[in-house]
Design a protein around this ligand. Structure first.
Ligand code: GLU
Length: 316
């Protein structure tokens, strides 16, 4: 049996059609390889995560027929695991304390002509012990950043092809003690024996950091498939401001975005929504209502569109 696939929603807002399409593709990719498919709840951000949203996310996936194997871990329950790995990184000098405020990072990141440059500018990377002590004495509590290797990381994305990207000095532990996404995700993927990470193309930039973290923590590498996003008519990733765009909205006939084959204002069935999502992903033909088995049989990454899918409003 192949290594597992997964879908890992953050329960801070409802799944929209773009998230659901990513989940469908991730499920099809795993099942077409005869692989297990796992879910997990990315609720690291305690302030924004809501258990009732997670429950609706799981229900939406089930309504589309996307089943999963094994238990569903919640990141909020895995602090001990993150803490042990963080301690190992601290012991090996792979993290350093960062005292910068957001405003300081913004200002330090400005190139001479004033435009911000990408990533953390490295202000605290090589502070002396005395400089660290002075900052602590002034009452600043540090976040902890990954000491990334500046060499670019090369890997092949199953959808986007050959990549060579820099890793970032990502925050692995915030000043309030919460662990960061990059640390949690590599541990979660390793513990769920994930082989191929299928997720939205907006997360491509995380791969290099995650690869380097896997190496430092002696975790197996995952392969990657970053799938096209659904974007609003303004070109931005589908979000609340584009209006009603969840499964419940589609089932109630109140979508604010149009999906091919779903007349605006008319309640759809879950199978119609799934077929429409598959159609926008190039995985079925107009008018067809394939079963999941049909979609598994014909799935291939090569069929996915090369760019984002633009969603228009019902009125446009
Ligand atoms: N929880 C992340 C999100 O909802 C996905 C993380 C991942 O797939 O690595 O965007």
């Amino acid at each position: 049996m192949s290594a597992a696939g997964r879908f890992a929603p953050s329960p801070s807002s409802e799944l929209h059609l773009g998230n659901l399409r990513t989940a469908l593709i991730a499920w099809l990719a795993a099942r077409s390889q005869g692989a297990p498919f796992h879910l997990r709840i990315d609720d690291l951000d305690a302030g924004r995560s809501r258990p009732e949203i997670a429950a609706r996310q799981l229900a939406d996936l089930a309504a589309l027929g996307l089943d999963h194997d094994g238990p569903v871990p919640w990141q909020s329950q895995r602090t001990e695991r993150y803490s042990a790995a963080f301690a190992a990184l601290e012991a090996s000098g792979d993290v350093y304390p960062c005292f910068c405020t957001r405003a300081e990072i913004r200002d330090a990141s400005r190139a001479p002509h004033g435009a911000p440059t990408a990533g953390y500018p490295g202000t605290c990377r090589d502070l002396t012990d005395a400089q660290r002590a002075a900052r602590i004495a002034s009452g600043r509590v540090p976040a902890w950043r990954f000491r990334a290797d500046p060499a670019a990381v090369a890997f092949d994305d199953r959808v986007l092809g050959a990549q060579s990207l820099p890793a970032e000095d990502a925050v692995l532990r915030r000043a309030d003690g919460a662990f960061g996404y990059q640390l949690a995700v590599v541990l979660d993927d390793a513990d769920q024996a994930i082989g191929e990470v299928v997720r939205g193309a907006d997360l491509l930039g995380s791969c290099a950091t995650q690869r380097q973290l896997q190496d430092r923590l002696d975790l197996p590498h995952t392969t990657y498939a970053h799938v096209p996003l659904m974007v609003g008519a303004d070109g931005a990733r589908l979000a609340k401001r584009h209006g009603a765009s969840g499964l419940a909205d589609a089932l109630a006939g109140r979508l604010d975005v149009t999906l091919p084959g779903l007349p605006p204002g008319v309640p759809a069935t879950a199978v119609q929504v799934r077929s429409a999502l598959a159609l926008t992903a190039g995985l079925t033909e107009p008018g067809a209502q394939p079963t999941l088995d049909d979609l598994v049989c014909t799935f291939s990454y090569e069929r996915l569109p090369t760019g984002s899918t633009m969603m228009h409003g019902c009125s446009s």
